[in-house]
Each structure stands twice: as structure tokens, then as C-alpha cells.
Design a protein around this ligand. Structure first.
Ligand SMILES: Cc1cc2nc3c(=O)[nH]c(=O)nc-3n(C[C@H](O)[C@H](O)[C@H](O)COP(=O)(O)OP(=O)(O)OC[C@H]3O[C@@H](n4cnc5c(N)ncnc54)[C@H](O)[C@@H]3O)c2cc1C
Length: 331
């Protein structure tokens, strides 16, 4: 479907696979629909379609489009983007609000590509200007800046992070209707074979008094043993930056320090081979004493440190272990 020129003929269409996020988007969606004086529709698709449908009507949607496969059965995740495109084709919304969950972000990008329309992701505020144009505030550059953008083609696809808005209250007498969208689907190309929880730690790093934190300067998983030994000698725990707790699973994800991990306030934080990007710093800047071990004198972590050691962690960490062992043996 080609992008229509502004302002679009329909109302507001909402989708989230999470019932709570759907409720939050209904609050925002209703506000925009009132300003446009157009209807508020919801797409109910995927594993939770029935619950999404019932909740949307209970919280005041004017219409719920329920996507079903002609072949029967639940709509696999792979096809939810297709359902969203179908919903857009059949209701021609001016604005489409999608919950910015991981799944939501993926399917918004996919639907935008299929529909050949732009998509503004992670919008934290939305406003209609006097001319009926939609302006959005987006967090960019890891959340350091807020960018204001105007979307002038329709439909305007926007993803909104969960918990930005209160859930729409239940209405006394739901008046919305239900419409089925029957989709002819190909065989799924992706089959989920199993889902296993990621490993979690026994320790709570947010309560630790001493943290030795490992970054990408650590070259092999086996090398973490030395940092673990140093942490144990100091009565602390081992944690890490995102590359070690996500890009590779060398440490459990709940030991990640930073924006997408834990915020910690230990007495002592020893950063080993960590560059000191803002997303890491926000998680550890409450530490009372920071020691940075980094062989690059210009690494930003040194600006955060009370004690900077410009050197190779493969020399410094064994030396610190030796010193701790010596101090322990003589005390
Ligand atoms: C939305 C978002 C959320 C994010 N959330 C987080 C988060 O929660 N936590 C987090 O940590 N990151 C997070 N990041 C990633 C962050 O931007 C950085 O990429 C990450 O912190 C870098 O990790 P690092 O310092 O271990 O690696 P690098 O930046 O690669 O730094 C490695 C450092 O090791 C040093 N080094 C190399 N060899 C040695 C050696 N032998 N001895 C001593 N030093 C050595 C290098 O000089 C370098 O400074 C996030 C990013 C985004 C976009």
C-alpha cells in the first residue's frame, strides 16, 4: 500500500501484544482520536488475541479488529506484522500506535517497510499541532538527547515505550464493535523449538559493598576467574558491562551495571577494562570510591575515578590479588 498524503482519512489504531501496554496506548489513542474527531480502533492478534479483544472493548475502544488465520489456529508472531498491515489497509488510520516492547519494535519496523511508510520509534511524547500534523519527542543517542520530529505522511507509525501513560479506565457500558480480519498465510518459516530462561546469579549486585566489574578489556571467559578471585578477597562480587552480560553471556544478565542493567552504590567499585560510556556510568556513579584500571589514558572511565590506574589489567589484577593475599596472610 502506498503512503497516503497527509492527513490520512481514518482515526487511531493501537496494537500491543501486552494487555497492559495496550491499555496505556488506549489512553493516548483516545486523546489523539478526540482531537482528530475520529474513531479509536485496536488490533487484537497473536497468542493473547482473545484477552486483548475483551480488554480493548472493556476500556473503551470503538472497534476491535481480530486477526485470524484462514487456516485456523493462533497467529504466529511472524504474521502479526502482516495482520497489522491488513488492519491499516482496512481502516486507513491517520496514526498507528504500537507498544515499544521488543516484539512491538520489530513488528513496527517490519510493517513500516511492508507499507513503505516512515516509523518513529520510542516516542515519549506526542502532540498534534494546529494544522493536524503529528509531532513526536524521541529519545536518541542512548537517551542522552530528545529529538522533536514531525511526521507528515499517513499512516504515521509510532512506537511508544510501556509505562508512559496510565491505563485507560474500564468504561461502564462498552459500545465498541468487533470485526474479523481473515488472513491467508503462508507456512511459518520460523518454528520456536524451545524457550529456556537465561542463567541468573545467586547474588544481588545491587546490595554489594564491593564490586569488581569486568569490561571488554577482558579477552577470554577464563580470565574472569582472576577478577572473581580479587572480588572474593575484597569480600565483594563480580559484575560487568553490557558486552560481557549480553553480547556474550560470560556473566548473567542480572550482573550488568548500567542503563539497561543494575544501578549500584557500593563503597568500592573497581572497573577493569571498561571504557566508561555514559550507559555504564549511570549505573555506578553512586559508588563511594571508584578505581579504574584501563590501559588507555584517554578512556572516559578515568574521569569518573578516584584512583586511575593506566595499565594492563592482566598485570594490575594479579598484582592486586597478590597484595590482598599478602595483607590477608599478615593480618
Ligand atoms: C540503549 C543502550 C543501553 C545500554 N546499556 C548499557 C548498560 O546497562 N551497561 C553497559 O555497560 N553498557 C550499556 N550499553 C553499551 C555502552 O554504550 C558501551 O558499549 C559499553 O558500556 C561498553 O562496554 P565496555 O566498556 O566493556 O567495552 P569497550 O567500550 O569496548 O571498552 C573496553 C575498554 O577496555 C580497555 N582495555 C582493553 N584491553 C585492556 C587491558 N588489557 N587492560 C586494561 N584495559 C584494557 C580499552 O582501552 C577500552 O577502554 C548500552 C548501550 C545502549 C545503546
Amino acid at each position: 500500500m502506498a503512503a497516503q498524503q497527509d492527513p490520512g482519512t481514518g482515526g487511531v489504531l493501537v496494537f500491543s501484544e501486552h494487555v497492559e501496554t495496550q491499555g496505556e496506548l488506549l489512553t493516548l489513542g483516545r486523546e489523539l482520536a478526540l482531537r482528530l474527531q475520529r474513531p479509536l480502533a485496536v488490533l487484537a492478534a497473536g497468542r493473547e488475541a482473545e484477552t486483548l479483544h475483551d480488554e480493548a472493548l472493556a476500556r473503551g475502544a470503538d472497534e476491535v479488529l481480530v486477526a485470524r488465520s484462514l487456516q485456523g489456529g493462533t497467529l504466529a508472531d511472524e504474521f502479526v506484522a502482516q495482520a497489522l498491515c491488513e488492519a491499516v489497509r482496512s481502516s486507513a488510520p491517520a496514526i498507528v500506535l504500537i507498544g515499544a516492547t521488543r516484539t512491538g519494535a520489530e513488528l513496527a519496523a517490519c510493517a513500516a517497510q511492508l507499507l513503505q511508510v516512515p516509523c518513529a520509534s520510542s516516542c515519549v511524547a506526542l502532540e498534534m499541532d494546529a494544522a493536524g500534523q503529528l509531532e513526536v519527542d524521541r529519545r536518541v543517542y542512548g537517551g542522552r538527547f530528545v529529538s522533536r520530529q514531525r511526521l507528515s505522511t499517513a499512516p504515521r507509525l509510532v512506537t511508544v515505550p510501556p509505562k508512559r501513560f496510565p491505563r485507560a479506565p474500564a468504561v461502564d457500558a462498552p459500545k465498541g464493535g468487533t470485526r474479523e480480519l481473515r488472513l491467508e498465510l503462508a507456512q511459518p518459516r520460523i518454528r520456536t523449538l524451545s524457550v529456556n530462561p537465561r542463567s541468573r546469579s545467586q547474588v544481588d549486585v545491587s546490595r554489594a559493598e564491593v564490586i569488581v566489574s569486568a569490561g571488554r578489556g577482558v579477552r577470554r571467559i577464563e580470565d574472569l576467574a582472576a577478577l572473581e578471585r580479587l572480588a572474593a578477597l575484597l569480600g565483594g562480587v563480580l559484575a560487568g558491562s553490557r558486552p560481557l552480560t549480553g553480547d556474550v553471556d560470560w556473566l548473567p544478565v542480572d550482573r550488568r551495571i548500567g542503563l539497561s542493567g543494575q544501578t549500584v552504590k557500593p563503597n568500592l567499585y573497581i572497573a577493569c577494562g571498561i571504557s566508561g560510556q555514559i550507559e555504564h556510568i549511570v549505573g555506578m556513579k553512586g559508588a563511594r570510591t571508584v578505581v579504574a584500571i584501563n590501559n588507555d589514558a584517554k578512556a572516559p572511565i578515568h574521569d569518573e575515578a578516584d584512583y586511575s590506574i593506566v595499565g594492563d589489567l592482566y598485570e594490575i589484577v594479579p598484582a592486586l590479588i597478590k597484595a590482598c593475599e599478602k595483607a590477608g596472610a599478615s593480618s
